[in-house]
Write a protein that binds this ligand. Structure first.
Ligand code: AGP
Length: 610
């Protein structure tokens, strides 16, 4: 996600744009930039936060029309040259973008053939030059050139652009990335969300997908994708600024839980073809042979990322028949090192900066292993030091408790395991088609879980003061049990333990009594019968059973005191669904306990120390 702000009116645009960008930094903070018009484009941009940009420009940025951007990198590392705005070859057009242009390579080649050169690695620069190429043919209308260019683009965008030959207008267009207009008196603003305009107006117009708007300081017109002029409703802003930055949610963690359908859709975008039964993972295609011939895969990570690695173990072993070992990165780096040539390490890290994971990566590389990254933050240290990798495209995760990064990591590991299975022939095309078809349904299945959270809130109220929790699961649900326990521990400060369900009878069952809430994750077909036996064992000792199960497991629901029903899916995908109620349970318990959900005590979002 990135943040976009624009202004056209009678005031100095730069101050309003900088203020707006600061309010959007939660959407990304890799780099920031601004372009204003004062006879010609004045462009300032660079790596780092908006405050760095503010210092860079001082009072030097002139003009009462301009656009600004704070970046969450998706294509091209966070550095000066890749930061937005991006400009046309003739320097007359400046453009900012939020989204992913899937066919940017094809367009770039076509523009190269027309003599256009590129200075950055971004997909955004391609859009700027594509618009320029249409203006070269017909310079009468900037809007028309933008429409023609966008008809050639596949992917998602929210764009804003200015052009020195059209100094009285800003053009914006949206498809898949939010954009709104702030309607002022003798001035207009544009932004990715209302927090950037709320200080200047409470009247906003939300653009919908496919729409393009031409904005002047006194007016605006909006057209649909088939060039029909639209009359858009003006909404009154009712949210406080603080709330708006969280998109109306009370906490970033809750917002990020609810962002998971979009995060997984973004993670899948441009990578799956259900009809063909194919998966394309550009970041690892050139090391596929080494993956196919790997003696084993060692997964190294910490915390929640280690839990997604455990899911990865089941996935790679089942789909690609390759032995997998999952290591705590902190343990791996100090044990007898047997890793070497022919081994593959996969390091998983949301932040891409976790010290132990980085150390494990370097250790494995120094011994000749191929190291792949599954990372969220583009251009982070781990992403840059791995030999290859796959970004999870989950967008900024602000809440310390990781939620959407976990499901996006598991999604990437699933894609990698299917891709490797196809390459090795351990899964056939027909199976891949079935798998990918179901995987494509996961975002909507998560959506359906998120539509009704009242019963989870109810359960959380009953158990917010339990001294301990147990989480039990088998197979794919065992890592989910660990993840659910970690979520509860780290934000509610209640002691919780995840355990393989069958292991209970080897000791921990002594903990069970009527004071012990036991969360059982019974969401995988092939272990269901055994889970029922484990539930019976807990019930016989008066444990308070909270089941996460599917509508197909009626017997589990009958046995449990409380049940959360999730949509049925293939076992391999069950973690993507069964984890959602556990995230919500931990969130509501923490809120009931008055805990600081987004910044729990003693914790940090990225552990860059050993
Ligand atoms: C997860 O909720 C925690 N915040 C923590 O365990 C985290 O997953 C761990 O520190 C690893 O971080 P990383 O994914 O950025 O490497």
């Amino acid at each position: 996600m990135c943040g976009i702000v624009g202004y056209i009116g009678n005031k100095q645009a730069s101050k309003i744009i900088i203020d707006g960008l600061k309010r959007l930094e939660y959407r990304g903070y890799d780099s920031a930039g601004i372009a204003t018009l004062n006879g010609k484009i004045q462009l300032n941009k660079g790596k780092g936060k908006v405050a760095n940009l503010e210092k860079m420009i001082g009072d030097s940025q002139n003009g009462s029309i301009g656009i600004g951007h704070t970046r969450w990198a998706t294509h091209g590392e966070p550095n000066d040259i890749n930061s937005h705005p991006h400009i046309s070859q003739n320097g007359k057009l400046a453009l900012v973008h939020n989204g992913i242009i899937e066919n940017y390579n094809t367009l770039k080649k076509k523009l190269n053939d027309q003599g256009y050169e590129f200075y950055s690695e971004t997909d955004t620069e391609v859009v700027a030059k594509l618009i320029e190429s249409f203006l070269e043919k017909d310079s009468s209308s900037l809007k028309k050139a933008v429409q023609l260019a966008l008809h050639q683009v596949t992917g998602t965008y929210g764009i804003a652009l200015v052009h020195s030959d059209f100094p009285d207008q800003i053009i914006v267009a949206r498809k898949g990335s939010p954009l709104l207009l702030g309607v002022g008196d003798g001035e207009m603003l544009i932004a990715s969300d209302a927090s950037a305009v709320a200080a200047y107006t409470d009247k906003v117009v939300y653009l919908d997908d496919g729409e393009i708007a031409v904005i002047t300081k006194d007016d605006y017109t909006v057209e649909s994708s088939d060039q029909v002029e639209l009359t858009k409703e003006i909404h009154e802003l009712a949210l406080s600024l603080e709330e708006i930055e969280k998109g109306g949610y009370d906490h970033f963690m809750l917002k990020e839980i609810f962002e998971q359908p979009k995060a997984i859709s973004d993670c899948l975008r441009g990578r799956i073809n259900a009809e063909e039964g194919t998966i394309t993972l550009g970041g690892i295609e050139n090391v596929m042979d080494q993956l196919v011939n790997a003696n084993r895969i060692v997964i190294a990570a910490c915390g929640t990322s280690w839990h997604s690695g455990l899911v990865g173990e089941y996935l790679f072993e089942y789909l690609a028949k390759v032995p997998v070992e999952v290591e705590y990165a902190s343990e791996f780096r100090y044990k007898e090192q047997l890793i070497g040539e022919g081994d593959v390490m996969i390091v998983i890290s949301q932040s891409g900066e976790t010290a132990d994971t980085l150390a494990a990566l370097r250790e494995a590389q120094s011994r000749g292993a191929l190291v792949l990254g599954v990372v969220n933050v583009v251009g982070s240290t781990i992403a840059r030091e791995t030999d290859a990798g796959v970004y999870i495209h989950a967008g900024p995760e602000i809440g310390v408790a990781s939620t959407k990064a976990f499901t996006a990591q598991v999604t990437v590991l699933t894609l990698m395991a299917i891709r490797l299975g196809l390459e090795k022939g351990t899964i056939k095309k027909e199976e891949a088609q079935k798998l990918i078809k179901e995987l494509a349904l996961i975002p909507s299945k998560i959506e359906s879980i998120l539509e009704n959270t009242d019963h989870i809130e109810h359960i959380s109220r009953l158990f917010s003061y339990a001294p301990n929790f147990l989480y039990l699961g088998r197979s794919y649900s065992f890592p989910v049990a660990l993840e659910g326990a970690l979520k509860l521990k780290e934000i509610s400060y209640i002691h919780a333990e995840g355990y393989p369900a069958a292991e209970m009878k080897h000791g921990p069952i002594a903990l069970i009594d009527e004071m012990m809430p036991v969360v059982v994750i019974a969401a995988t077909h092939h272990t269901n019968d055994k889970m029922i036996s484990n539930i019976e064992e807990v019930k016989a000792r008066k444990g308070r059973i909270i089941a996460i199960t599917t509508s197909e497991n009626g017997e589990v629901s009958d046995l449990a005191e409380f049940s959360t029903i999730i949509p049925a899916t293939m076992d391999v995908f069950s973690p993507l669904l069964s984890v959602i109620p556990l995230q919500l349970l931990s969130y509501y318990v923490a809120v009931n306990r008055g805990c600081n959900v987004d910044q729990p005590r003693n914790l940090a979002k990225s552990v860059t120390v050993e």
